[in-house]
Design a protein around this ligand. Structure first.
Ligand SMILES: Nc1ncnc2c1ncn2[C@@H]1O[C@H](COP(=O)(O)OP(=O)(O)OP(=O)(O)O)[C@@H](O)[C@H]1O
Ligand SMILES: [Mg+2]
Length: 389
């Protein structure tokens, strides 16, 4: 009864305010004499996702919750917190807390042997100990940085075509008797720059849509061979111009029926459109682009989109699906690329509960492998997941 009452109070105070929490504990203990500090520490510690430690005036750790072990490692009891947390003013803050009997806040930023961003609070807990709450803000910090980088990237990508457009407008305004052929040339460049901005906005919309819906498994049935055929059809004209040949082969052995996956037709077309577009852009002219379909005994379809070209250095491979990441920015831009194609592919494949694996050998073959479950495999795994929950 005592405990559940306290829990309600605790939730009301949103779990995180240690100062308030400690006051509640003291009040309860003074009046009831039933619940000890150790009981309260254990109760609150379990309820919290943040690390909670009880330490003495010499900063020796007396008690910890599971989150503290996750953050600072095993064998904490008896160790000095100053040795486990690289924050030089910790002792000072702890002493200050004992003297003033007030909550003190601090922040730990990553350094040589500490890569977490931590926000901390120290608050008195009885006469001889203090509570230290450590909130791991690393993920939040990284998300903030990603958001800032993303905005900077978008602004940069939009600014360059915009600057070029404004330059041409100004030139045209200042040259009323411009020759016809020059005018046509300028208008052509302006059209290309405007198209680039429009492509960037389309890709950003596409990416944001698929990111928002990534957790929802699409409900449609996709006849994957006809999706690949239609992506090839839409790229064939370009392939003809550059002398490329795009060849599809169905090499499946375990299931030779029409392959169907659960998904969105337009999204899967977008995946193959992006991969073939890359294969055309980054391969040797007049080379062969192959799309090969195989399958596994466990009910997965494997589709390899391969091309012969310069290839990609290993260090770039893990970063290719990041937004705006390009191995050679200048070359990609020159080809009208925004660097969002593979980010879109990755999110669509995640949404379809599939995988994207990239392999490349320099000056040889580059393979983008997609692994997606057959419709029946996905349905039975979803059903069994439903039964176990
Ligand atoms: N088949 C490939 N061979 C070699 N490099 C590739 C291949 N596919 C992608 N890349 C590299 O990966 C980078 C990212 O590809 P992504 O498709 O995301 O962007 P992009 O092609 O530059 O622009 P966008 O797809 O938005 O038009 C490319 O800039 C290129 O450096
Ligand atoms: Mg691309």
């Amino acid at each position: 009864m005592q405990t559940s009452l306290l829990s309600v109070k605790f939730f009301k105070n949103k779990l995180l305010n240690v100062a308030v929490m400690s006051k509640i504990i003291d009040e309860e203990i003074d009046h009831s004499k039933i619940v000890t500090h150790a009981d309260m520490f254990s109760l609150f510690g379990k309820m919290m996702d943040d690390a909670l430690l009880q330490i003495d005036h010499q900063s020796i750790i007396v008690n910890v919750n599971h989150a503290a072990v996750r953050l600072l490692g095993e064998h904490l009891i008896g160790a000095s917190l100053t040795q486990r947390l690289n924050y030089s003013d910790l002792i000072k803050d702890i002493q200050q807390c004992f003297i003033s009997n007030q909550t003190t806040e601090f922040a730990v930023t990553p350094s040589n042997n500490e890569y977490h961003h931590i926000q901390g609070k120290v608050t008195p807990f009885g006469n001889k100990t203090v509570l230290v709450l450590l909130m791991d803000m690393t993920q939040q910090h990284n998300l903030d940085k990603m958001r800032r980088d993303f905005i900077a990237n978008v602004s940069h990508e939009l600014r360059s075509p915009l600057t070029s457009l404004m330059g041409f407008v100004e030139t045209l305004q200042n040259t009323p008797d411009i020759e016809k052929h020059m005018l046509m040339r300028f208008l052509h460049i302006m059209e290309e720059e405007a198209k680039r901005m429009s492509r960037l906005i389309d890709d950003l919309m596409s990416l944001s849509k698929v990111e928002i819906e990534e957790h929802i498994i699409p409900t449609g049935r996709v006849f994957i061979k006809s999706v690949i055929a239609s992506a090839i059809d839409s790229m064939n004209n370009r392939a003809l111009k550059s002398g490329h040949i795009i060849k599809f082969t169905d090499m499946r052995v375990y299931n030779t029926e029409e392959p169907i996956i659960r998904g969105g037709v337009d999204e899967m077309i977008e995946v193959f459109h992006n991969l073939i577009d890359n294969a055309l852009k980054y391969s040797y002219p007049e080379s062969l682009i192959t799309i090969e379909m195989t399958d596994t005994i466990s009910g997965q379809i494997i589709i390899d989109v391969s091309n012969q070209g310069e290839g990609i250095q290993e260090k770039h491979i893990p970063r290719l699906t990041e937004r705006f990441y390009r191995v050679d920015k200048g070359r990609s831009r020159q080809m009208g690329g925004t660097g969002l194609g593979l980010a879109i592919v990755k999110h669509i494949i995640n949404k379809h509960r599939g995988q994207l694996i990239i392999n490349s050998q320099l000056k040889q073959q580059t393979v983008f492998r997609i692994i997606v479950p057959y419709l029946h495999t996905l349905m039975s795994s979803l059903n069994s997941a439903n039964h176990t929950t």
